[in-house]
Design a protein around this ligand. Structure first.
Ligand code: FAD
Length: 497
């Protein structure tokens, strides 16, 4: 007999879980508070310009292909991906630059211009990561969380030691390169894990390796199209998606999930509930106090959450054909080791790092002819630190627009036709993200593996979590891996007969 599963939230994690469960034969319904699917990647239209709001970097396309294939679908029928090559230009504080590319020969030629021994050091690093990928990817990213004892298997201890868990990402790269430009260029993904490289776990050196080895990709039509593709696939498998339909609370009786209660008070019965809404928000708003387990307000306050992001979405009346799709300016400040630079607890009003995405060049459908869109991201403190965005927003926006010349966007103000700005408050209030901490719980060793909230609730049966704050962590590829575990748990607990 089929079982009924409710999913709270149509973020990428909720949609992918729905595809897996529907593919297995479950009856799935998604309840989404917003008017469109996609969560942080739902996108935004302003006049004739269309913007991606959150993710811009897609890694490991085979994860999407497998997700669709396992549900009996063909990913290419829903979404087209384009590989970016080179994929990211890094501009450094000293005026030098580096194009990250999977063409390792071309990359080593650039390294030789920075310092003659760097190409060899890079080869050593790359070779070591081929082995680390085989040892580390499955046990840590691709498996559901176990108890601490569950990790004490001899082969996994050996593999963990080879990751040198005592090292930070910074120490890891420094050991190989002794050049801060390369150290920060390769550890930039730590920012979107919400951490400075000097405190991020060294295991995340796997991410730049995977980008070199398997590329960085862009969905045609943007990540909005990826969200729509996931939604269409779910619907083709029979999933019902209810938009503008906020869930008020998960309905729980005697430690057992019964279903959900909608904002209007209506109760709907389900065998199991998957929460895809942001963990910090959902723990506080979607569970009765008695069901929160160890995640009390006190515990939440002790947990470390990521930075937030200041976003400018610009519709402009020209194109920058000669500037790359992804560009990052790494400022001098990123080299500082003291607070507030390491924990993003203060707003950087002098020299912040800046990321700009220039998608129209390869994906012209998002703007009128001859025009384009730009996506500008600056890391900022989450809302637990006092920045009054009502007062600050305009002056910070003007400041960042001027700084865009550092990435080749001179006098951009003269070309802006339309714009939208997001602050930490927007992420918190409009996207329901706890503290506006868009990259979720930080990824230090004390909040990873068995120390991260698990997918299957510890104290409520029939309740599951999917999203960036739970195991194994934030980012699309990680969440996609986690959906396999979530569907596996539900299949164990509620087998189809
Ligand atoms: C600016 C930015 C840049 C990023 N860049 C990248 C990147 O380049 N690559 C990458 O891999 N990742 C990136 N990320 C991270 C990525 O976007 C997130 O990891 C991912 O969106 C999290 O997905 P999720 O499934 O946890 O759900 P979310 O995207 O958080 O979606 C949760 C959904 O739940 C809904 N919801 C909340 N409460 C309720 C309720 N009560 N009832 C019903 N629905 C509810 C929300 O409306 C939302 O739609 C970025 C994020 C941001 C913000």
């Amino acid at each position: 007999m089929s079982k009924k599963i409710a999913i709270v939230g149509a973020g990428p994690g909720g949609l992918a879980t729905a595809i897996r469960l529907a593919g297995l034969g479950y009856q799935v319904q998604i309840f989404e508070a917003a008017e469109r699917i996609g969560g942080r990647m739902r996108g935004l239209e302003v006049d004739s310009y269309a913007f991606d709001t959150g993710p811009t970097i897609l890694q490991l396309p085979h994860l999407y292909e497998e997700l669709f294939q396992e549900a009996g679908l063909n990913f290419a029928d829903y979404v087209q991906l384009k590989r970016l090559e080179p994929y990211t230009r890094i501009r450094f504080w000293d005026g030098t630059q580096l194009d990250l590319t999977s063409d390792l020969g071309a990359f080593k030629t650039q390294l030789a211009n920075l310092r003659s021994d760097l190409p060899l050091a890079f080869e050593r690093w790359y070779t070591e990561h081929i082995r680390k990928y085989q040892l580390g990817y499955k046990p840590y990213l691709g498996s559901p969380v176990r108890s601490l004892l569950g990790y004490l298997r001899w082969n996994e201890i050996v593999s963990l030691v080879s990751f040198r868990p005592w090292e930070s990402l910074y120490q890891h790269f420094w050991r190989f390169f002794q050049d801060e430009r390369l150290v920060y260029a390769l550890s930039y993904p730590s920012k979107y894990l919400g951490m400075h490289p000097t405190v991020a776990a060294s295991v995340f050196s796997l991410i730049p390796f995977l980008e070199f080895a398997q590329g960085v990709w862009h969905p045609l039509g943007g990540f909005r199209a990826l969200a729509q593709g996931l939604g269409k696939a779910a619907q083709d498998l029979g999933v019902q998606i209810h938009l503008n339909c906020p869930v008020h609370q998960v309905w729980i009786e005697q430690g057992q999930t019964r279903g959900i209660e909608l904002a209007g008070g209506e109760r709907l019965n389900f065998d199991a509930v998957v929460i895809n809404a942001d963990f910090g928000y959902a723990i506080r708003h979607l569970l009765p106090t008695s069901a929160r387990g160890r995640y009390t307000d006190r515990k939440l306050n002790q947990m470390q959450f990521s930075c937030s992001t200041f976003m400018l979405y610009l519709g402009i009346n020209r194109r920058y054909e000669d500037l790359p799709h992804h560009q990052i300016y790494l400022s001098e400040q990123i080299r500082r080791r003291d607070r507030p630079w390491v924990d993003d607890s203060a707003l950087d009003e002098t020299d912040p790092p800046i990321y700009v995405c220039n998608p129209t060049i390869i994906d012209p459908s998002n703007a009128p002819d001859g025009h384009s869109t730009l996506y500008v991201l600056v890391p900022i403190p989450n809302t637990s630190y006092a920045v009054d965005w009502d007062i600050k927003q305009k002056s910070y926006q003007d400041f960042i627009l001027k700084r865009l010349s550092l990435l080749g966007y001179d006098n951009i103000e003269q070309h802006i036709v339309t714009q939208r700005c997001y602050t930490a408050s927007t992420w918190r209030d409009d996207y329901l993200v706890h503290l506006g901490a868009v990259f979720n719980l930080s990824h230090n060793w004390s909040q990873l593996g068995p120390f991260r909230p698990p997918i299957r609730s510890e104290n409520i049966s029939g309740l599951y979590w999917i999203g960036g704050a739970v195991h194994p962590g934030s980012g699309l590829l990680t969440i996609l891996e986690a959906t396999r575990s979530a569907a596996g748990f539900i299949n164990q607990d509620f087998p189809l007969t």
